[in-house]
Write a protein that binds this ligand. Structure first.
Ligand SMILES: NC(=O)c1ccc[n+]([C@@H]2O[C@H](COP(=O)([O-])OP(=O)(O)OC[C@H]3O[C@@H](n4cnc5c(N)ncnc54)[C@H](O)[C@@H]3O)[C@@H](O)[C@H]2O)c1
Length: 252
């Protein structure tokens, strides 16, 4: 396997499940050392154990981080920089939640919770880890934000989620313009429907409709998102900046 990420240190949030866990595996397989960050420390430890137990690599380190708390994010930055004596040059914002419901019945709490994790969490992790990259003069930084095709499809019942994921696209573009001078690239990925615990709770009827509308006729596998993340993390994408890449099997 190509080792295009050898010598790089990566932080992945939401690493205890789904796309985040798969991303840890793929980045590790390409040679990176990976910090598996999640609010659920047991799940992050499970990711590290699963990957560590598989072969010769012991390069996945669990980290507790709640991306919706500035205190937790700054603690995570301090802990990481102390442990590795540098800042990660790759940051993947994969932590995300849904609280679906019709707009007229949506509790304010469900709006706030989704905002706090998906959009404000992306802001806090990006801001604090980018500061650390700049302080440590990290070369060739790459930040990858998980948006969603829902930002463009705007499904009913997802006013909170769709708004945050559309926000992630704009946020990514602004960050890419501000960080270019520090050689830090910032890009977003818009996955379609991917087989993870997040999609497991979507009613079967909706999933069948999605599969019918998808030109490839199936849901995606988390590894198919992780491979694109690995490309954006590597120097192979050195001129890709401020992009929003759809990975949906052609679903629009
Ligand atoms: N699965 C899909 O079809 C799909 C499609 C489009 C976009 N996405 C996005 O991709 C990302 C990953 O989704 P997934 O399907 O792997 O979800 P998932 O539910 O399988 O995993 C999400 C992980 O994020 C963690 N998390 C939640 N809140 C957190 C917080 N405050 N701080 C730190 N960690 C937290 C959870 O503990 C969990 O381990 C999300 O941002 C999601 O919105 C997923």
């Amino acid at each position: 396997m190509a080792q295009q990420l050898v010598g790089k240190l990566a932080l992945v949030t939401g690493a205890g499940s789904g796309i985040g866990r798969s991303t840890c595996r793929v980045l590790r397989d390409y040679g990176a050392r990976v910090i598996a960050g999640d609010r659920n420390l047991n799940a992050a430890e499970e990711t590290a154990k699963e990957l560590g137990d598989r072969g010769e690599y012991y390069d996945v380190f669990p980290l507790e981080i709640d991306v919706s708390s500035m205190e937790s994010v700054t603690n995570a930055v301090a802990k990481t920089c102390k442990q590795f004596n540098t800042a990660p040059s790759i940051v993947v914002n994969s932590a995300g939640i849904t609280r679906d419901g019709y707009l007229l019945k949506m509790p304010e709490r469900d709006y706030d919770d989704v905002y706090s994790v998906n959009l404000k969490g992306t802001f806090m992790v990006t801001q604090q880890f980018a500061k650390a990259m700049i302080e440590h003069q990290t070369k060739g930084g790459s930040i990858i934000n998980l948006s969603s095709i829902v930002a463009k499809m705007n499904n009913i019942g997802q006013a909170n989620y769709a708004a945050t994921k559309a926000g992630v696209i704009s946020f990514t573009e602004v960050a890419s313009k501000e960080f270019g001078k520090f050689s830090i690239r910032v890009n977003a990925i818009l996955p379609g429907y991917i087989n993870t615990p997040m999609v497991a709770v979507v009613p079967d009827k909706i999933k069948e409709q999605v599969v019918m509308r998808c030109p490839l006729g199936r849901l995606g596998d988390p590894s198919e998102i992780a491979e694109v993340i690995a490309f954006l993390a590597s120097d192979k994408s050195s001129y890709v900046n401020g992009a929003s890449i759809e990975v949906t099997g052609g679903l629009k």
